[in-house]
Design a protein around this ligand. Structure first.
Ligand code: PMV
Length: 314
């Protein structure tokens, strides 16, 4: 029986995390160096089995399903139903180099890769927005009320200007290359819990939180123009300012602040946490490859457990 493979990249949020949940714009881009890859083999027995060797988990029908794999098992079932193939068995193998729970969109990437792998195995096609709609099913289970930005970026594999509920707009960079170093604190921070804490903080002090979200949203719009014009130095200022606002929102941590400080001290143009915060990753914008090496070394010395890079260009 036939086999299908699907892949999808990780992502970083350049600006607009948390405020995007409340309807403000955000900018995010893929990280091609961190990827999810899903292989699907069809079987005749009608069973869906999922194996995730990187996290040493396995879901086999008739046995208790590990919490991390349950949304994927349901998603595989939905895709099979959509194609009118409820009786086909699926043997799924999920591999991913995207760290889990670090704000790099691992759940969204795995969901998109899974949908694509099933499509390939069944020799069917879906439009990007259909892939996104299906992947959002799993993303809702992973994150509660996700804005959808992770799924949009990983499915489209391009930088987007994203407003919840609207079609994401691709962002074209101007002349310059925007180079990012991504550093992992090694601390897993569940997005759903952090988003819920922010919701409660907003309930207590709505005017203050809404003003902070408004400022982040405004900066996302400004950043879009800065990227279009190709002005990395200005982008750096925006990013560092966004980090200061996210600290006020209450989602940074001593570890994230230490990495941001280390990156700026080593000459980064700007630095901020990326994703839900509390743990996860931070990003630093650097001028060129020499600065990239310098900043990466400083981040490692300051305790980063993993480093990635990403570049946004024309
Ligand atoms: O999945 P994360 O950690 O990158 O968080 C996504 C960003 C949030 O704005 C905090 C949540 C969301 O759904 O957009």
């Amino acid at each position: 029986m036939s086999k299908g493979v699907g892949e999808a990249p990780g992502k970083i949020l350049l600006i607009g995390e948390h405020s995007v949940v409340y309807g403000h714009p955000a900018i995010a881009m893929p990280v091609e160096g961190a990827r999810a890859r899903v292989e699907v083999d069809l079987a005749r027995d009608g069973r869906i089995e999922i194996e995730a060797p990187d996290i040493a988990q396995r879901a086999v029908e008739g046995q208790p399903t590990p919490a991390r794999l349950a949304p994927l098992q349901r998603l595989a079932g939905s895709v099979r139903e959509l194609f009118g193939e409820p009786g086909v068995g699926l043997r799924v193998c999920v591999r991913s180099s995207i760290p889990v729970g670090r704000g790099m969109g691992s759940g969204a990437a795995v969901a998109v890769a899974l949908v694509r792998a099933i499509c390939a195995a069944l020799d069917r096609k879906l439009a990007d927005d259909q892939v996104e709609e299906l992947a959002m099913e799993a993303e809702r289970e992973f994150h509660g009320t996700p804005s959808g930005v992770d799924v949009a970026v990983t499915a489209r594999r391009q930088a987007v200007y994203f407003v919840r509920g609207r079609t994401p707009q691709p962002i074209a960079a101007g002349e310059s290359v925007f180079r990012f170093v991504i550093a992992d604190t090694g601390i897993e921070a569940p997005t759903m819990a952090v988003v819920e804490e922010v919701r409660l903080a907003r309930e207590r002090d709505q005017a203050r939180l809404d003003a902070l979200f408004w400022e982040l949203g405004l900066m996302a719009s400004v950043a879009r123009e800065i990227i279009r014009c190709g002005a990395p130095a200005e982008m750096g200022v925006c990013m560092s300012h966004a980090h200061a606002i996210l600290k006020e929102v209450g989602v940074s941590s001593p570890e994230l602040d230490a990495l941001v400080h280390a990156a700026l001290s080593a000459g980064a143009l700007g630095a901020k946490l990326s994703g839900a915060g509390r743990g996860g990753v931070m990003i630093a914008l650097v001028e060129d490859t020499a600065a990239e090496a310098r900043v990466a070394a400083a981040l490692r010395d300051a305790g980063a457990v993993g480093l990635f890079s990403a570049a946004l260009s024309r």
